[in-house]
Design a binder for this molecule. Structure first.
Ligand code: NAI
Ligand code: MG
Length: 333
């Protein structure tokens, strides 16, 4: 029996996490669920976005399934972005975001790639300050964090097509981005001679992703670039409604869709739960339930292909209806 901590968070997190949980419960897998809270709503009520009890619940669980967390685009005294706090506090250093062709409108064909984003440092150390009309932010790059994320990328590439693109901006930032580039290339070449490491500058990478996404296998990069490029990658294969992700450390793991709390559609029961259901597949895989993960992913693909579809994919199904059909497809297989 595996213990799963569920943290819906904010906005559509309260719709998509219960939907994915309903699928897992209907599948009658050996899972036990516990609930925990975090996010903007939690901050408003308790004065902290991540209570100690939530950190402990994630630590005690075998895996955590999270929704999305609202973070206002302004400085709020005492507020910390919940997911970034959890990633750093629990040292979930690898953010793994697959993007592959699925049977949905507007999806590029032949795409099967994986973003491996460094999740604990870069520009997201959130050290900003302001001197009158000048604002400055620090970027932290360490050899240790760059080496360990490169190892994750190389190990994943070994199970795939054996190619890693190291994405950087060392031509403009030779000290910070340069340290990441040199470390990642060096680690992969020395420790994984069977894996091919290629370096690519981030802006050229963005264009190449759009022009020839099928040529990519694994990409590894620093926090901000990984955040931006992974949304771009999601956009190539059907959008945020179907993009899953995992935050992995050596001891703990939080699985969450790539998307945020979507305040524009929250509370209306129309969000696409696919991203969170596919995220649950990544979680099952991580817990060793490979066959169940593959079976659920195949069921999701069948529903995406034949419908009904949610509104973000041009259909009119609501969250509950779509989820019911996925459950039927899984149980029928
Ligand atoms: P967002 O990902 O929440 O939404 C972007 C667009 O995609 C919106 O039009 C939304 O309706 C649509 N969308 C997203 N998920 C969808 C789904 N499952 N089904 C159908 N449509 C979907 O990004 P946005 O609007 O930039 O941010 C909103 C809030 O979420 C902000 O407070 C932001 O800080 C937070 N956020 C949190 C993340 C996290 O917890 N990991 C990631 C990204 C944003
Ligand atoms: Mg993002």
């Amino acid at each position: 029996m595996h213990t799963i901590c569920c943290i819906p968070g904010d906005g559509i997190g309260h719709e998509v996490v219960p939907a994915a949980r309903r699928v897992l419960e209907a599948a009658e897998l050996p899972l036990r669920f516990v609930d925990a809270e975090a996010g903007w709503g939690t901050f408003e009520r308790l004065g902290t976005s991540v209570p100690e009890a939530t950190v402990k619940a994630v630590q005690d669980a075998d895996a955590t399934l999270a929704g999305a967390f609202t973070a206002p685009s302004a400085t709020i005294k005492g507020f910390q972005g919940a997911i970034r706090y959890l990633r750093r506090t629990l040292d979930l250093y690898a953010n793994v975001r697959p993007a592959r062709t699925r049977p949905v409108p507007g999806c590029f064909t032949g795409v099967d790639m994986l973003m491996v984003r460094e999740n604990t440092e870069g520009l997201y150390v959130e050290f900003e300050r302001r001197y009158h009309d000048i604002a400055i932010a620090d970027v932290k790059i360490s050899r240790a964090a760059s080496a360990r994320i490169a190892r994750v990328a190389a190990q994943l590439a070994r199970q795939r097509r054996g190619l890693v693109h190291v994405v950087h901006k060392a031509n403009v930032l030779p000290i910070t981005s340069g340290l990441f580039l040199d470390t990642a290339m060096d680690v992969i070449r020395r420790e994984y001679p069977d894996v091919q490491a290629v370096d690519v500058i981030v802006d050229a990478c963005a264009m190449k992703l759009v022009r020839e996404p099928e040529t990519f296998d694994v990409l590894v990069t620093t926090n901000l670039f990984g955040d931006i490029l992974s949304d771009l990658m999601a956009g190539l294969v059907g959008g945020l409604g179907i993009a899953p992700s995992a935050n992995l450390g050596d001891r703990h793991a939080i699985f969450e869709p790539v998307h945020g709390s979507a305040p524009d559609i929250a509370g209306r029961g129309v969000a696409n739960p696919t991203a969170t259901i596919l995220t649950a597949c990544m979680m099952l895989d991580h817990l060793g339930m490979r066959d169940e993960a593959a079976r659920l992913e195949a069921a999701v693909d069948r529903v995406l292909e034949h419908g009904p579809r949610t509104r973000d994919l041009g259909g009119d199904a609501d969250t509950a209806t779509f989820t019911d059909v996925v459950i039927e497809a899984y149980l029928d297989a």
